[in-house]
Design a protein around this ligand. Structure first.
Ligand SMILES: [Zn+2]
Length: 255
């Protein structure tokens, strides 16, 4: 039997007026007083009715003025058209309007800041921060153990990931909402950076000792404290080891 928490969608209340529909793909909505903001817009257009109902139940029938997409992968934008059609919502992402390097603020009953964090997953990545609520939306930059890069892992991209995570952790979020799967906290962000460093060091060392791929996979078993991470043991850890190994073999990482 599956115990995958994301298989059963759940409405998670992060604060008054701030909700996430937590599932395999996450969507969030924020009560701004007179209007609402939506963050990310799922993969399946057929969820429109369910999402609108959940929004109405939780924050009432407020017009959605903005839909913020952390990036424009197909599994983050499916309901954009529905929000635009019903409310005339402005669709905000790096394709529709450039977000300046110092971000863009949205004002209402609370303040919401969307800011670019490019290159960790796609060139157009953005995160969204609600300072009053301590809620941080990171899109696919955090993937519960997945190396989020669409391009290859090398010294530069490893550094970029570390620097970006340091910026996110420095906000001191109480809640971190990834693009997919369970809501978490800054502790998981910090743990993942440690994990990546550990993988790079261990795999690099094993490679320089001339070990084969199979032996290396056995050597870097999933850490005990991460065994409960969402879908981590099932496939993410092995995928991450493969990525690090492939980069190490090409000499792209410090040995
Ligand atoms: Zn994505």
């Amino acid at each position: 039997m599956t115990t995958d928490v994301a298989e059963t969608p759940r409405i998670v209340k992060l604060a008054d007026g701030l909700y996430v529909r937590q599932a395999v793909d996450n969507i969030a909505w924020i009560d701004m007083g007179e209007h609402a903001i939506v963050i990310d817009a799922l993969e399946q257009p057929s969820l429109e009715g369910e999402v609108f109902d959940a929004m109405e139940r939780t924050i009432g029938d407020k017009p959605v003025r903005h839909v913020l997409n952390t990036h424009t992968h197909y599994d983050h934008v499916a309901l954009n058209a529905a929000f635009k059609g019903r409310f005339g919502a402005e669709i905000v992402n790096q394709e529709t309007c450039r977000i300046p390097p110092d971000g863009r603020w949205f004002e209402g009953a609370r303040r919401v800041w969307m800011f670019p964090t490019p290159g960790c997953h796609t060139p157009e990545d953005c995160c969204v921060w609600c300072p009053q609520d301590g809620a941080l939306f990171v899109g696919d930059i955090f993937g519960w153990g997945l190396i989020p890069l669409a391009r290859s892992l090398d010294r530069q991209t490893a550094r970029l990931l570390e620097d970006t995570y340091a910026r996110l952790i420095a906000l001191k979020p109480a809640t971190v909402v990834p693009g997919h799967g369970p809501v978490c906290s800054a502790a998981e962000l910090a743990r993942w950076v440690e994990y990546l460093r550990w993988l790079i060091a261990e795999v690099g060392r094993a490679c320089s000792l001339g070990k084969g791929d199979r032996a290396i996979l056995d050597l870097v078993a999933p850490p005990d404290d991460m065994l409960g991470w969402w879908r981590f043991v099932q496939w993410k850890h092995a995928d991450s080891v493969q990525k690090v190994l492939s980069s190490a073999r090409k000499g792209l990482l410090p040995a």
